[in-house]
Design a protein. Structure first.
Length: 176
């Protein structure tokens, strides 16, 4: 896919292709379509990040709440989005021992109880052991820090999804 093709997409086409770069938030993709023409693929990402940053705290929390738990109910019931399924599988979350599953479920529950949104991390950039470690550590943070950390991870997930869509395997220069 080249930039000109992206810039000449109708919003329906744009939404079909980029609609889930932020998990279950197609409204963000629909909003940034208006910012065409993009001068680079990074420009698409920048527009998404600008949009997210312009949101009030409740909006950012809402984005985090659109993310499924790692190794949670949706994974078990097969109702994850295609992207999330692939990310969780790649991090080893589909092959947890019963002990690992138990720990992750407990920590996810504690995290949501404390912060009011789920723990979010870019699974593709990690592995199950590190994810459990990170969840344990982040559980100690203040809510304002966790909101920032969660949104940073959402941006990393977005970057990896853009890479998959646009470059079919050849990495885009990262801005994070
Ligand atoms: C996810 C997800 O669905 N993909 C990913 O990388 N992380 N969810 C989460 N709660 O962190």
């Amino acid at each position: 896919m080249d930039l000109q093709a992206v810039n000449s997409m109708s919003y329906e086409q744009f939404l079909d292709i980029f609609g889930n770069i932020i998990e279950k938030c197609p409204i963000i993709t629909a909003a940034v379509w208006s910012r065409r023409p993009f001068s680079s693929f990074g420009g698409v990402e920048d527009s998404v990040y600008d949009f997210i940053e312009s949101l009030p705290i409740s909006g950012k929390e809402g984005i985090l709440r659109c993310h499924p738990d790692l190794a949670g109910r949706e994974l078990t019931s097969g109702t994850l989005t295609m992207e999330s399924q692939q990310e969780q599988r790649q991090a080893g979350l589909t092959s947890l021992s019963s002990r690992e599953r138990e720990i992750l479920t407990l920590l996810n529950t504690q995290y949501k109880k404390k912060f009011g949104f789920p723990f979010v991390i870019c699974a593709k950039m990690s592995v199950k052991e590190k994810i459990i470690e990170e969840l344990n550590a982040r559980l100690q943070n203040d809510p304002s820090i966790e909101l920032l950390k969660g949104i940073d991870e959402v941006k990393k997930i977005c970057h990896m999804r853009m890479e998959d869509i646009l470059c079919k395997g050849s990495p885009m220069p990262t801005k994070l």
